[in-house]
Ligand binder design. Structure first.
Ligand code: GEK
Length: 244
């Protein structure tokens, strides 16, 4: 990795820290940022490929919602050759999609991949056998989350799978504090300073809204999913599957 791809966005004192946005400065350092900030990230991406292998049906669609630079899209594509499936990679950051387009050009496959710039709450999901929300639902306003999950449920084929990976909130507060502190220790171990950790926390305050595992499971069940289970957790980050 070159030095310009190392995440130093919060390394200098910023005074009043601006709210976090997915602009071109984030795109440049994104792979480094997410790897060093989310414990278990690579495991979740790898297993997204494994789940794709199990769930993607012939002639169906896969949706990578909040695709960023396409880590999940690439993991899915590796495992579904020959199924005549199409992957829709959706993000509302043009900077992310521009970079993703270049990445995909360098890794051609026979699986059609379409990039869509839109709010994931405003797209139509149809004929889906796999929908992935890897660390994206946490950025969707709380009031829109049920509508999004309902539209995913409606758009999934029978036996289709939704993967949701999120930062999680815990109760009681003492447990939340413990898991947050363990996460911060992970970030220190990855080379982030106290200043970087605290400025990033300020930047994502009220932008990234974590919910409890119980709330996620309840919402999925309320929207019609009968088979719902967490399959991975490391500290305050986890992933669930919901099968229609
Ligand atoms: C990965 N899944 O590498 N509509 C569309 N895109 C959105 C919305 C929205 N309402 N809100 C946020 N995004 C990826 C990582 S990053 C997670 C996902 C993180 C997009 C946003 O532009 C960004 O690209 C992505 O969701 C979240 O597994 O940075 O913690």
């Amino acid at each position: 990795m070159t030095d310009i791809n190392r995440d130093k966005l919060f390394a200098q004192p910023l005074g009043k820290v601006p709210k976090f946005v997915f602009d071109s400065s984030v795109v440049d350092v994104f792979p480094d940022m997410i790897q060093r900030s989310v414990p278990g990230y690579q495991t979740i991406i790898n297993h997204t490929g494994e789940l794709a292998d199990r769930f993607v049906q012939n002639n169906s669609y896969c949706y990578d919602l909040g695709c960023s630079l396409g880590a999940s899209t690439l993991a899915i594509r590796e495992r579904i050759e020959g199924r005549n499936a199409t992957v829709y990679a959706v993000d509302n950051s043009q900077a992310m999609l521009d970079k993703l387009e270049t990445i995909l050009q360098g890794q051609p496959t026979e699986t059609t991949t379409k990039l869509i710039k839109n709010d994931i709450c405003d797209i139509q999901i149809t004929n889906a056998s796999l929908v992935v929300l890897n660390f994206t639902l946490q950025f969707v306003p709380l009031a829109r989350r049920s509508g999004l999950i309902q539209s995913i449920y409606r758009g999934l084929n029978p036996n289709g799978c939704l993967i949701i990976s999120e930062k999680l909130h815990f109760e009681p507060e003492s447990l939340n504090n413990l898991l947050t502190e363990l996460h911060h220790q992970f970030k220190r171990d990855q080379g982030y300073t106290e200043l970087e950790i605290s400025q990033k926390r300020d930047a994502i305050d009220k932008v990234l809204l974590p919910e409890t595992l119980t709330s996620h499971i309840q919402r999925l069940k309320d929207c019609g999913f009968k088979s719902v289970s967490p399959w991975f957790q490391c500290y305050n980050f986890g992933s669930l599957i919901a099968i229609k």
